[in-house]
Design a protein around this ligand. Structure first.
Ligand code: C5P
Length: 203
């Protein structure tokens, strides 16, 4: 069975948790596509050329334990604006989406570019302040030296760049369902997402 759930949205809106839980609920495979851009960025921060790093990306790169830092996130957003970098990473994502047994992909351009025919498209968002607070708690909880104001600046800079780039900008597909988690706990957001997938499967 081919069945694809595309989940897009800005940084720290809850996409990751929702995607993991949807995948678990239906036994689908999950790909966090942000990790691919972060893994490429980590190699760029070590001095490699972005396009070469993207073309040569390996599974071990995605397992690095230093991909969740603010520095890697900013570099990911910068290299993600290059069309050659995106082109090098497209086929892997499309293949993943078409695998047997169902797939959930989360990112910025999944419903618009990678899987325009996905059976379910969700756009998960929240206000910048709410998202920055969540990301601040996540990063400071891991012992990282971050401030609320710094995290808010980072999140806004990244969203602006991701939404305004020419190639595959972050946006909701015209047929995506928006879930705004600003005033919603994560359990409710997950339940809504699962409900939409269940409905589509029943169709
Ligand atoms: O989702 P995450 O915050 O890990 O993504 C890091 C960066 O990778 C994003 O800010 C964005 O620039 C880029 N990205 C993208 N397209 C995707 C997923 C991530 O451009 N599908």
């Amino acid at each position: 069975m081919n069945f694809t759930v595309a989940i897009d949205g800005p940084a720290a809106a809850g996409k990751g948790t929702i995607s993991e839980q949807v995948a678990e609920a239906f036994g689908f495979a999950h790909l966090d596509t942000g990790l691919i851009y972060r893994a490429t960025a980590a190699r760029v921060l070590e001095g490699e050329d972005a396009i070469e790093a993207a073309r040569d990306l390996r599974p071990a790169d995605l397992r690095r334990d230093d991909l969740r830092t603010p520095e890697v996130a900013q570099m990911a957003s910068q290299i993600a604006a290059q069309s050659e970098v995106r082109a090098a990473l497209t086929e892997f994502q499309k293949d993943f989406a078409r695998r047997d047994g169902g797939a959930v992909l989360d990112g910025r351009d999944i419903g618009t570019v990678i899987c325009p025919l996905a059976e379910v498209k969700l756009f998960v968002t929240a206000s910048p302040e709410v998202r920055a607070e969540r990301r601040f708690l996540e990063l400071s909880g891991k012992g990282m030296d971050v401030t609320r104001a710094g995290v808010l600046d980072d999140v806004v800079a990244r969203d602006t760049r991701d939404a305004q780039r020419e190639t595959a900008p972050m946006k909701a597909a015209s047929d995506a369902i928006t879930i705004d988690t600003s005033e919603m706990d994560i359990g409710t957001a997950v339940a809504k997402a699962i409900g939409h997938v269940r409905e589509a499967l029943a169709r």
